[in-house]
Design a binder for this molecule. Structure first.
Ligand SMILES: Cc1cc2nc3c(=O)[nH]c(=O)nc-3n(C[C@H](O)[C@H](O)[C@H](O)COP(=O)(O)OP(=O)(O)OC[C@H]3O[C@@H](n4cnc5c(N)ncnc54)[C@H](O)[C@@H]3O)c2cc1C
Length: 284
């Protein structure tokens, strides 16, 4: 359902909250955007990190509404932050990327079950491709904020982020800084890998090389595709990281490319992971 007919659009808008959308001016590839959505009538409602909102906007073809994971932390009450890739030819995203600052839009309140609470264990491996990072970013930002104010949530989190090129690792500096802040009560490891490890795009040996699902397999010494060589970042001690993940029951949370998600089902089962949670952005 690309564009809603006028009656359906009016009915949906009536249930939505008016808001304003602005693309933040941040460095990075032009097809990746960070957006701020500010509600017209005040603070964002209570929600859990990992949930999503439905964002609707009038386009020249009509009203279009799509789901977007919330990348900001629920403790930030003034606006939602979204991390979106422009899908060329898509009904909504090309318009988001050319919208003027403070463009009127509409949002449905947050919903969804892709939350840490639903994982039911305290060790979680998060695997994302591209903007599949968004729900994890919201969760990690929340864990860091709780740690900062002295109420650690007690999770061990390993985030693996895969992109084609290294310059597409959104929020890399922020996530690296969380990785450096690792301590007994903020147990976070960040691992970014590029399937096209091209130094011209900023790849260095601080990143892994290979698809993120293959890097995951390699971490656990599961067979990988011989045609696609895989390396881990040079500061990752594979055995130590593997043992860390295996020390307690662990769940796998995955978001992004449907092929990546499918490839991880079997390894998750083989490794006896207690949960396999999926946020599916689109179908294969
Ligand atoms: C719960 C949920 C949360 C989501 N959160 C995010 C998010 O945080 N960030 C984000 O960028 N997207 C997210 N999406 C995807 C988003 O809802 C839209 O599908 C996407 O932005 C494309 O919208 P469009 O109208 O431009 O393209 P459409 O006209 O709807 O789609 C064109 C085609 O593009 C493909 N497509 C859809 N999404 C992607 C993608 N991310 N990468 C490559 N191809 C794609 C599909 O095959 C689709 O059929 C989420 C989806 C769901 C269900």
């Amino acid at each position: 359902m690309a564009v809603l007919n006028p009656a359906a659009a009016a009915a949906l808008k009536a249930k939505m909250q008016p808001a304003r959308l602005t693309r933040l001016a941040l460095p990075g590839p032009e097809h990746l955007g960070v957006f701020r959505v500010r509600l017209a009538d005040g603070a964002v409602p209570l929600y859990q990190a990992g949930q999503y909102i439905t964002l609707g906007m009038d386009t020249p073809a009509g009203f279009v509404a799509r789901a977007y994971s919330i990348a900001s932390c629920p403790l930030e009450l003034d606006a939602y932050q979204l991390y979106i890739v422009r899908v060329d030819g898509g009904a909504l995203t090309p318009h988001l990327f050319t919208a003027a600052p403070d463009t009127p839009c509409f949002v449905m309140p947050p919903k969804g079950h892709f939350t840490l609470a639903k994982a039911q264990v305290r060790t979680v491996v998060m695997v994302a491709t591209g903007t599949g990072l968004a729900p994890f970013l919201g969760q990690i930002r929340t864990l860091y904020r709780l740690h900062e104010v002295g109420v650690p949530a007690g999770y061990r989190v390993v985030l693996m982020h895969g992109c084609a090129h290294a310059d597409e690792f959104g929020f890399r500096d922020e996530l690296r800084s969380y990785g450096r802040a690792r301590s007994d009560d903020f147990d976070f490891t960040y691992l970014a890998t590029a399937s096209r490890p091209d130094e011209g795009h900023g790849w260095t040996e601080e990143h892994g090389s290979g698809r993120v699902n293959e890097v995951f397999r390699s971490l656990f010494d599961l067979p990988t595709d011989a045609r696609r060589p895989v390396t881990l970042p040079n500061d990752v001690d594979k055995v130590k990281l593997r043992n860390l993940i295996r020390a307690e029951p662990a769940a796998l949370m995955v978001c992004g490319n449907p092929g990546m998600i499918d490839h991880l089902r079997e390894p998750a089962r083989q490794l006896g992971m207690t949960g396999f949670m999926v946020e599916e952005y689109w179908k294969a």
